[in-house]
Design a protein around this ligand. Structure first.
Ligand code: F0G
Length: 461
């Protein structure tokens, strides 16, 4: 355990600190979220970002190979040799000239950060490496999460590989793409399917983990968000330490956006970054709590004194009107994002904006990502769709350098993909038509032919 790391309440009026070996989901004094904090002046911090390159030859050491722990100096809450890794973070930043054209950027200006290349196929593994490292430190034997699918796949995988904790997952019934559910089942997680949605599962898992002293790995766990900071470090690493103008990321429970904001604030504080990139958080229209609160209601971080009454009223109205999140991007189908306050802080630090995109925009963007190469799941494509929208609005200009985070692998949700490509009209009706997707301009429809050579040859003319 590092004597120079602690947990600290993000509420500027509270700022109570707690030891690293304590387990909290929120500040016991005031109920706000906690950060992991560091006495940076007592820690060996690199003088410039390129100093990290000296560790590249040490890839035979698992922690130096890890795309999370090779930045250990920037998340040093335990010594590097105690950090848990299963090889996460071997991701690439792809320059995507064809998609740049689609969104309206100049060629060479659009980059896609492929987090689907992680061991469980999503960005969650960055955070799970952090959470498992802390779980090991506190000696936890079971770990739990509520999930729209990817957190549960990641938890189940880390539990299966490391055997440090047993996995318990809470999911909403019928709310999770089969690619993700199949991972959790295959990796042996105890799976509790609650008749309800993600928000129901989230509030139950918090109760249950407190009662049964099960270690919680949702993004209210500040050690998880430490791991997710490294997504931004890898983006900078692959841009040879140049700073992009924009980071665009889908917003669900708002863990990623929160951790990116913290990463940039810390880099700035440490003198390792001249400017902070701007942040765009993209909601689906069917799950747009952040968009409405920030862009319609004017909710701001306000030095930590954000308007809680406004949020409470928003949620109360949501319940009275029976509004529940619904989107093909099931990963971000969330009503009450648990990291809302930290995300407000990130938006403030990064001069952020929030946008919402339609189901049609998400799926068209997803088809474009697929045509460009590695593909992604629907929620991830919200970042590309959001970029396109922001360029149309003139908020992002065509010669700015934009990084879209593609959060999850293409194979996570095959139903959405084959429905779009009109493989099966009943799937199209079930998943897309009901959600108002009327066109599939980028569909790559399969051609069905009788089993006759002449007809097949004809089809290939
Ligand atoms: N993209 C994907 C593929 C996700 O799985 C998630 C979240 C998000 C984006 C949103 O990220 O919560 O940091 O804003 N999935 C969570 C889960 C909720 O349970 O797997 P966020």
């Amino acid at each position: 355990m590092s004597e120079h790391a602690f947990q600290i309440c993000i509420n500027p009026k509270c700022r109570k600190t707690y030891g690293i070996s304590e387990i909290h989901h929120a500040c016991p004094a005031c109920g706000e979220l906690l950060d992991v904090g560091y006495d940076w002046d007592k820690l060996p911090v690199p003088k410039k970002l390129s100093d990290f390159e000296q560790y590249w030859p040490n890839r035979n050491i698992p922690q130096r190979f890890s795309g999370v722990w090779r930045f250990h100096h920037l998340l040093p809450f335990v010594p590097i040799e105690d950090c848990v890794t299963i090889g996460e973070g071997q991701t690439i930043l792809q320059n995507a000239p064809f998609m740049a054209e689609y969104v309206g950027l100049k060629r060479g200006k659009l980059h896609l950060q492929y987090e689907g290349m992680n061991p469980s196929g999503s960005f969650k593994d960055n955070g799970m490496a952090g959470a498992f490292t802390h779980g090991k430190l506190v000696g936890a034997s079971r770990a739990a999460c509520a999930s729209t699918g990817n957190t549960s796949a990641s938890l189940a995988l880390y539990a299966a590989v490391t055997r440090l904790m047993k996995a318990v997952i809470f999911i909403g019934s019928g709310k999770i793409a089969y690619g993700k559910l199949s991972q959790a089942l295959d990796y042996g997680a105890k799976t509790i399917q609650i008749i309800g949605d993600f928000d129901d599962a989230m509030s139950r898992v918090q109760e249950v983990s407190k009662k049964l002293r099960i270690y919680l790995v949702n993004s209210v766990n500040p050690f998880r968000l430490e791991g997710q900071k490294t997504i931004m470090f890898r983006v900078l690493e692959q841009l040879r330490w140049n700073i992009p103008d924009w980071i665009v990321v889908p917003g669900g429970n708002l863990g990623n956006s929160s951790s990116f904001g913290k990463a940039f604030l810390e880099l700035k504080q440490l003198g390792l970054l001249e400017k902070i990139p701007r942040l765009a958080v993209i909601n689906a229209e069917g799950a747009d709590t952040l968009y409405r609160l920030v862009e319609k209601e004017g909710l701001r971080w306000n030095g930590g004194e954000y308007d809680k009454t406004l949020i409470e009223k928003f949620y109360a109205d949501m319940d009275t009107e029976g509004r529940r999140a619904d989107t093909i991007a099931s990963a971000i189908e969330i009503n009450r994002p648990v990291n809302l306050s930290k995300c407000l802080r990130a938006i403030d630090a990064c001069r952020g904006v929030v946008r919402e995109v339609s189901e049609q925009e998400i799926l068209d963007a997803k088809a474009q990502v697929g045509q460009g190469g590695l593909g992604c799941e629907p929620a991830s494509a919200a970042s590309l769709a959001g970029t396109k929208k922001l360029i149309t609005e003139g908020v992002i200009t065509p010669d700015e350098r934009v990084v879209c985070v593609l959060t999850g692998h293409q194979l996570k949700d095959p139903n959405a993909t084959v429905a779009y490509h009109r493989m099966d009209e009943s799937l199209y009706d079930k998943y897309l038509r009901v959600r108002g997707v009327t066109e599939t301009p980028f569909a790559n429809e399969p051609i069905t032919v009788p089993n006759q050579l002449e007809v097949i040859l004809d089809a290939l003319k």
